[in-house]
Design a protein around this ligand. Structure first.
Ligand SMILES: Cc1cc2nc3c(=O)[nH]c(=O)nc-3n(C[C@H](O)[C@H](O)[C@H](O)COP(=O)(O)OP(=O)(O)OC[C@H]3O[C@@H](n4cnc5c(N)ncnc54)[C@H](O)[C@@H]3O)c2cc1C
Length: 537
């Protein structure tokens, strides 16, 4: 008999014996009546109301024959049930596609879509404007060191997409557990540590992602898929509102099914879609800055006297602030413990910030975006864009990114300030030599951020940091501007996953405007691939 036990509490330095004992206690059994036990889920509870942080785990236990199941099961114990979910990978199309499906974009959404199409035997062609991960890395390192920018191969474009030089945290708001599981199992199959299958807040880091992403490519190719790098989609050929092919520069490829997973940085793709009369809609986004604080202070704020315990990973945080006193809502986003602030760009002359980390999360800094919601009505502001245009949000983002580039003096140097100076509306005289983003320099954020964003941040950040506790404003830096937390445009799709006005086009991932983050984008890519397969069954 197999049982599932939930909400078992284990001390920070638990051993296998502690797990066994906690399970036996819960089941009111002897330890030797548990033949084997494995943890299937693990989260940390470090809330201050606890005397000390604990791990909360779920575990599967195989019981010995001598164990008699009580008529009434103890709290948080249930009989193990085989998952009833359909394994999407067993669904094979009844007939092969007349033409090979094409997937554009090798970010999390495109890679996952192409993996699925390859595994069901449809031999997809995956097209990516940037290079393979290892070659891309050299180019991006050069950008961070010298500001040498490559418009097709950069921190946002290339194999792995925006997710490659990222924090690689695999948290998701999506409740689509079966597809999340399929994604995580694919990552493990491609070299990610098995811990991601059980940890509540899994994290990979950019170094591990580099290896995993390359193995996803190998998985696609080994199952009949083809990958074309340094190849940019430049046109979509349509007939009677349906796709019949695409162009990548001079090269023309026939196709009647296309998964478009080009992310939300590829503004040229949105303009192409607008020209092709795909249905698009403007959507809300959020804009702000990235705040860097000493990781030791963040650990202290979150773990108290247990900070530094070897089982405690560098701490994360999440804070929100409601609208008040002429300030909008504000929230922290994409926290990177032990990470680095990076400069990102996908167009010359426009700069945005973000955060990344390596698997060890061993930088002495932790950073997070602090962002303010922006509504499509804001794009109507003549200072930013024209109203009534579904691409107005792109112009709004672009305007801020160009101002950030100019404020940094060109060369993709990031405008930065001491937090205290930003709050006091001053430009810092100097920045501390020890900071994660070395190619940064003092510059006013007031020429970069819209008024309502700067005002909200100044109003909200101090109480948000006070709420966290232990973080000293005087030690924090801020970098501008955080503009690409989500897509500014939605590519509309119907129940079959296709564009209602361009049949055969399956918009997927963050750029489609229905997903945000690595996991939800990958899950969306997988779903798009399943929907494509469904049109062939
Ligand atoms: C620095 C950074 C850190 C991040 N950290 C995290 C994190 O820790 N956790 C998290 O969940 N999310 C994180 N994110 C967000 C996450 O990376 C994205 O949500 C995710 O990558 C979106 O996946 P996607 O496949 O939809 O699009 P993308 O990853 O943007 O991939 C799109 C791909 O399409 C390609 N492409 C674009 N146009 C064309 C074209 N015309 N022809 C051919 N190819 C094209 C691009 O080169 C790119 O490779 C981070 C993002 C950044 C930038």
């Amino acid at each position: 008999m197999k049982l599932v036990l939930r909400q078992l509490e284990l001390p920070l330095d638990y051993s296998d014996a502690d797990l066994l004992q906690a399970a036996a206690q819960r089941l009111r059994s002897e330890s030797d009546q548990i033949r084997s036990i494995v943890i299937i889920r693990r989260s940390l509870d470090a809330r201050p109301r606890r005397v000390s942080p604990v791990f909360i785990v779920s575990a599967e236990a195989v019981m010995a024959d001598s164990f008699n199941l009580p008529a009434r099961l103890p709290k948080d114990v249930e009989l193990f049930k085989e998952a009833e979910e359909v394994n999407s990978q067993t669904l094979r199309p009844a007939r092969p596609a007349a033409q090979r499906p094409i997937v554009v974009g090798a970010g999390p959404a495109g890679l996952m879509a192409a993996c699925h199409l390859a595994l069901v035997g449809l031999r997809p062609i995956l097209i990516e404007r940037g290079d393979q991960a290892d070659r891309r890395r050299t180019v991006v390192d050069n950008f961070w060191r010298n500001g040498a920018f490559n418009p097709e191969n950069n921190a946002l474009y290339g194999e792995g997409g925006a997710g490659l030089f990222s924090d690689g945290k695999l948290t998701a708001r999506s409740k689509d557990r079966p597809r999340i599981r399929t994604f995580f199992e694919t990552l493990v199959r491609c070299g990610a540590p098995r811990d991601i299958l059980i940890d509540a807040e899994p994290h990979l880091g950019s170094d591990v992602l580099l290896k995993v992403v390359a193995n996803m490519r190998r998985l696609i190719e080994a199952n009949g898929g083809e990958t074309l790098y340094n190849t940019t989609l430049t046109d979509i050929i349509c007939e009677n509102n349906a796709i019949i092919g695409i162009k990548c520069g001079d090269k023309e490829l026939p196709c009647d099914t296309l998964i478009l997973a080009t992310g939300h940085s590829a503004r040229d793709v949105y303009h192409l879609l607008q020209a092709k009369k795909a249905s698009l809609a403007s959507k809300p986004l959020a804009i702000g800055i990235r705040l860097e604080a000493p990781q030791t202070q963040i650990n202290l704020a979150q773990y108290g006297r247990f900070a530094g315990h070897p089982r405690l990973k560098p701490a994360s945080y999440r804070v929100t602030r409601r609208p008040e006193n002429n300030a909008r809502a504000c929230y922290s986003f994409c926290m990177c413990p032990g990470g680095l602030v990076i400069s990102c760009a996908s167009e010359d002359g426009a700069l945005t910030t973000n955060g990344m980390s390596y698997s060890g999360r061993d930088s002495i800094w932790g950073n997070a975006a602090f962002i303010v919601p922006v509504e499509p009505e804001d794009f109507a502001d003549p200072a930013f864009a024209t109203s009534g245009n579904e691409l107005a949000g792109l112009l709004f983002q672009e305007k801020i990114e160009k101002a950030a580039f100019a404020a940094g003096g060109g060369g993709f140097v990031v405008p930065a300030l001491m937090l205290a100076d930003f709050l006091a509306e001053k430009v810092s005289d100097a920045l501390p030599a020890n900071r994660s983003c070395q190619r940064s320099k003092p510059a006013s954020f007031d020429t970069i951020l819209p008024d309502f964003v700067a005002r909200t941040l100044r109003h909200s950040i101090p109480p948000m940091l006070r709420e966290l506790g232990s973080i000293n404003t005087a030690d924090c830096l801020v970098y501008a501007a955080e503009t690409r937390s989500s897509s500014a445009v939605r590519i509309l799709r119907d129940d079959s996953g296709q564009s209602p006005t361009l049949r055969g086009l399956f918009p997927a991932g963050e750029g489609a405007g229905y997903a945000g983050g690595i996991v939800s984008s990958a899950v969306d890519g997988l779903k798009a691939a399943e929907q494509l397969v469904a049109t062939l069954i």
